[in-house]
Design a protein around this ligand. Structure first.
Ligand code: COA
Ligand code: AMP
Length: 633
């Protein structure tokens, strides 16, 4: 008998070991677990303690052996280059085993870190899976980050090897990756033993003799490597994410819990059956790409689409519909910003009519708050349920969603619906008291968290405890604020830290401030996220110059914009700043970024009681108006 969401959710909280133990049965374990959940050392919890498994085996080999050898596993569709390639599960297994052989022959084994800095080509997924095959740990760095950000990650992860490609391709320009990689290695005190570089036909990279090797040549001489069983609690990957300071946090993902939660989610949340095509239009450099381009669809025996392009301009706002109809995609998962971009260019959805989308079942959105306008537009145009779901790099899968594969729950616009199994969500005030339904506070989850969530931060246990577990003892702090209504629906309103979401990309304003502060003429600065019709938010900077600086302000702004692009990367989309005489602060010296953001976005705001000098806010308003914001102020 099929169970309702309410029954499943209740059981998951009352009997987590029974619930997730049963969910784990659909996967292959080299050795069974001693405990489904090891709670012996709170606040550290470990799922499937004592078990041994291999994520790559479960994602690929298991399906080759189980009858899916000739089914497409991965379809690469690249409107930006015009290329398309399909890998069956057998072909993907062979490519992954061969590349694992390359790494193994060069000394990579269990627990070694390997950084992957690649564009959206199949070799990126092949590298990730090959690293997992050997029980090594991958750390994928998004291609839109600059050399300095890559260097910070090399320094922290200490990789034995780096896998890269000769270039990435953005509309209208080719980005040679190799100079960025060389510069990053130069900047980092840790040096990898070797690099493997995939040469794309658009650009050939110069290889450093003795350190760099050509991917194709290395694979040609490789003996395939087999899957290495690892402890379920061993790390599968480290993914760096923004928050609180310019130093990114290395979120660790385990093997066992991750496999179980992701495998479970494909049927129960996304409502797809093995064999069907699933498309997450994201990038392997983000958590959505890790979970829903690479691991979850493969763990579940689906066909995954790896798309190298943009929702608009490659070549037009109809490309999503072309991909869905051509590959018979049942479920599309992307960020609301992609739909805002499409809607802007094709407001009446005229291009949709050119394609057969009758096979499409659901559209899932995540990565940023889904605005009701975008949801309603998409639902009208596509005639399928549009499901907002909320999750984070730290969790690897949804905290809240509408579980289409269990039952479609009534939708409340602005809410990602209800908590998924294992998520015991609360809203707490600053005194750690639960607030009444509808009241805004910190969104936290009662421990233990369900499988797949971060067990720790790489090399930073104290920061892990401080960032997530200490402020609300016994709970995980999501870093989001919001409320839960009388029906239990969760509403995610805003971040409580310095994270902003730019086109679905998570960035730290603190990290940008560190860059601005390095400009020789800048005495003080602040960066806030201001509302943007397409990207959701974009960063905006305020600069206070050193006394006596008499240079042209526009020149200085141009220089800091260039510095952020150079040090963080184009993905930061930092394009505007203004020079102001002073910054508004509390009497204790805290910059009032929240108030500045509300003024910029024309939201209602109250004069903070602790403000040092209220007149400064007039200067800020004027500066924002000169930049086109705070129009109603
Ligand atoms: N390598 C190098 N540069 C990159 C890059 C990469 N992998 N990805 C993005 N960039 C660059 C872009 O070229 C752009 O540079 P520019 O300032 O010179 O134009 C800048 O970084 C910002 O890129 P992007 O955020 O993609 O903005 P855009 O204006 O080019 O496109 C959208 C806007 C909405 C079409 C685009 O952001 C998008 O498709 N978003 C989908 C959301 C998504 O994938 N989210 C991931 C989580 S689900
Ligand atoms: P990332 O770690 O890049 O996935 O970003 C996670 C953050 O994005 C969350 O903490 C939220 O602030 C925001 N976010 C993701 N999904 C949603 C959503 N559906 N609604 C509101 N905010 C979201």
């Amino acid at each position: 008998m099929t169970q309702s969401y309410a029954e499943i959710y209740k059981r998951s909280l009352e009997d987590p070991e029974g619930y997730w133990g049963e969910a784990a049965a659909g996967l292959h374990w080299h050795k069974p677990w001693d405990r489904v959940l090891d709670s012996s050392n709170p606040p550290f919890y470990r799922w499937f303690a004592g078990a041994e498994c291999n994520t790559c085996y479960n994602a690929i080999d298991r399906h080759v052996e189980g009858g899916r050898a000739d089914q497409p596993a991965l379809i690469y569709d690249s409107p930006i280059t015009g290329a398309q390639r399909t890998f069956t599960y057998r072909e993907l297994r062979d490519a992954v085993a061969a590349f694992a052989g390359v790494l193994k022959a060069r000394g990579i084994g269990k627990g070694d870190r390997v950084i992957v800095y690649m564009p959206m080509i199949p070799e990126a997924a092949i590298a990730m899976l090959a690293i997992a095959r050997l029980g090594a740990i991958h750390s994928v760095v998004f291609g839109g980050f600059a050399a300095n950000e890559l260097a910070v990650r090399i320094e922290d992860a200490g990789p034995k090897a780096i896998v890269s490609a000769s270039c990435g391709i953005e509309p209208g320009r080719i980005i040679p990756y190799k100079p960025l990689l060389d510069e990053a290695i130069e900047l980092s005190s840790h040096k990898p033993d070797f690099c493997i570089v995939y040469q794309r036909e658009q650009v050939t990279a110069d290889l450093v003799p003795g350190r760099d090797e050509d991917w194709e040549e290395a694979v040609a001489g490789a003996a395939p490597a087999d899957c290495v069983p690892v402890a379920a609690t061993d790390p599968l990957y480290i993914l760096y994410t923004s928050g609180t300071t310019g130093q990114p946090k290395g979120v660790i993902r385990d093997n066992g819990g991750h496999m179980v939660a992701l495998h479970w989610s494909m049927k129960n949340i996304y409502g797809v059956e093995p064999g069907e095509a699933f498309w997450a239009a994201s990038d392997v450099g983000w958590v959505v790409g890790h979970s829903y381009i690479v691991y979850a669809p493969l763990l579940h025996g689906n066909t995954t689409i790896l798309f190298e392009g943009k929702p608009v301009g490659t070549p037009d706002a109809g490309v999503f519909w072309r991909v869905i109809s051509e590959h018979n995609v049942k479920v599309l998962f992307t960020a609301p910003t992609a739909f805002r971009a499409i809607k802007q260019q094709d407001p009446n959805g005229d291009l949709i009519g050119n394609y057969d989308l009758s096979g499409m079942r659901y559209l899932f959105l995540a990565g940023e708050r889904a605005d009701p306008d975008t949801i309603q537009w998409a639902a009208r145009q596509l005639n399928v349920p549009v499901i907002d779901h909320w999750w984070q790099t730290e969790t690897g899968w949804s905290i809240c969603a509408n579980p289409a594969g269990i039952e479609l729950l009534p939708v409340k616009l602005g809410s990602p619906t209800l908590p998924m199994p294992g998520w015991d969500m609360r809203v707490l005030d600053e005194n750690q008291q639960q607030v009444a339904p509808g009241e805004v506070g910190a969104l936290v989850a009662k421990l233990p968290l369900p499988p797949s969530c971060l067990p720790n931060l790489w090399n930073a246990e104290a920061r892990f405890l401080e960032s997530y577990l200490e402020e609300y003892p016994g709970h995980y702090k999501t870093g989001d604020a919001g409320f839960i209504d009388e029906d239990g629906y969760v509403f995610v309103m805003t971040r409580t830290d310095d994270v902003i979401n730019v086109a679905g990309h998570r960035l730290s304003t603190g990290g940008m401030e560190e860059v601005l502060a390095d400009h020789p003429d800048v005495a003080e600065c602040a960066v806030i996220g201001v509302a943007d019709a397409m990207k959701g938010q974009i960063p905006f900077g305020f600069l206070v110059l050193n006394a006596g600086v008499a240079r042209d302000n526009g020149e200085i702004v141009g220089e800091v914009v260039g510095m952020v692009r150079q040090r963080i990367g184009p993905v930061a989309a930092f394009k505007s700043a203004v020079v102001v005489p002073r910054l508004p602060k509390t009497r204790s010296g805290k910059i009032l970024r929240g108030t500045m953001q509300k003024i910029a976005d024309d939201e209602s705001w109250k004069m903070p009681a602790t403000i040092d000098d209220p007149a400064i806010l007039d200067e800020i308003t004027e500066a924002l108006q000169s930049a086109g914001y705070a129009k109603g102020a």
